[in-house]
Design a protein. Structure first.
Length: 395
């Protein structure tokens, strides 16, 4: 709570002159000496002299209030906030000090309650101060917003931080951060997006705001905007982790732009920013497949299959070789798919083998393969059609 201490020390430097016109000469001189001690951080000696002075001023409300206020400054400067609160409340209770001094002390008291922290007392004291002030400053509105944010009373906090932002002479990043965090708490993502748009304009080098803006757009189902922001982030060098880069790849796939997804994934793998794991190679191969880049898909899916030994990958390779009419590879890879296991429908592998055998003129073997495919519900209909077709041609 260094800001509180600094504020009170500033008041101390001005204190002697402020009291000169209303204190007795004797009290004024002693209080000035006490303030000088406090200005030198000699609080123990200052408190001792205040203890000596206190009995002499009890019958004079103004002087008593002034002494209690000074106690409050001395305690606050030492981070003894509870003692400072007690002293300030005692001074305020007299109602003897000028309005300007009382207003200032009440604001200081709200800060002390926040430092304890006692947020409910801080809110109560802050509101007492606010209703008496004609033109609260931007900082004071921000302080009020902080109090209510701590109390999770966001409907009170948000208007205050917005007021602070509107009154501020220049953008204050911590104020925008506070507003944004409260909008997240309220799940008001539409306004959060607007605030983040402003934040990336004010602080374009803060990569976390770009990522947050993309995430909010995605939550709002504005996927194109989300992708555009992520791509801008990448071009600025803000996407450094594998997780962030894979998020971009997945966004391109989600938007039906597999070629771009594959190019980025391949580039980042070659640069070492995305690990060349079996899983990532599988995603790369599947992206090439969706982009209808067969040769690239074959290359990367083959590497993924070797790394993972997954039946489904061998089966996809077999399907790709079907398009290329490489029937030997179709039989080989379909057999590897069955051997590796884990297929949702093994009948698909038998269908591919049967088709390859038929295309190479081995109809008897094809019938045997299609007969095996008949055992699986999802491939039964297609296998039956092939068997009828072969028998109609004669063996």
């Amino acid at each position: 709570m260094n800001a509180v201490r600094a504020l009170f020390l500033l008041v101390l430097l001005m204190g002697s002159q402020a009291f000169a016109a209303t204190l007795s000469e004797r009290t004024y001189k002693r209080l000035t000496a006490i303030h000088e001690l406090m200005g030198e951080s000699k609080y123990k000696e200052a408190l001792k002299r205040l203890d000596e002075l206190l009995p002499r001023v009890r019958k004079n409300n103004y002087e008593y209030a002034t002494i209690m206020q000074t106690y409050g400054f001395a305690y606050a400067a030492q981070d003894k906030y509870k003692q400072a609160i007690k002293a300030f409340n005692e001074a305020l209770k007299t109602e003897a000090l000028p309005d300007r001094v009382q207003f200032s002390m009440r604001y200081n008291l709200a800060q002390l309650y926040a430092a304890v922290p006692d947020w409910k007392a801080a809110a109560r004291t802050y509101e007492q101060w606010l209703v008496a002030i004609e033109k609260p400053s931007a900082d004071s509105y921000a302080f009020g917003a902080t109090i209510y944010a701590q109390l999770k009373q966001y409907d009170k906090a948000i208007p205050k931080i917005k007021k602070a932002i509107s009154l501020g002479k220049k953008p204050r990043e911590n104020w925008y951060q506070l507003l944004l965090s409260m909008l997240y708490q309220k799940k008001d993502y539409a306004e959060a997006a607007q605030i983040l748009e402003t934040m990336v304009a004010f602080w374009p080098d803060r990569k976390q705001y770009w990522k947050q803006l993309s995430g909010v757009y995605f939550t709002l189902k504005k996927n194109r905007k989300s992708l555009a922001v992520l791509e801008l982030s990448r071009k600025q060098g803000f996407l450094e982790s594998e997780r962030d880069l894979m998020n971009l790849v997945n966004m391109y796939l989600l938007q039906g732009i597999p070629y771009k997804a594959a190019k980025i994934l391949e580039k980042e793998m070659n640069a070492g920013r995305i690990e060349r794991t079996g899983k990532n190679l599988q995603k790369l191969g599947e992206a090439w497949m969706r982009a209808k880049e067969t040769d690239e898909a074959l290359r990367d899916l083959q590497a993924a299959a070797q790394a993972q030994k997954k039946g489904v990958l061998y089966l996809r390779l077999a399907q790709l070789y079907t398009d290329k009419e490489n029937w030997g590879k179709v039989v080989e890879l379909s057999g590897q798919a069955l051997a590796a296991g884990g297929l949702k429908n093994p009948g698909d592998a038998y269908l591919l083998i049967g088709m390859a055998q038929y295309e190479t003129g081995n109809k008897r073997s094809a019938l045997a393969s299609f007969s095996k495919a008949l055992k699986y519900a999802k491939s039964k209909r297609q296998a039956s059609q092939w068997i009828r077709h072969i028998k109609s041609e004669g063996i």
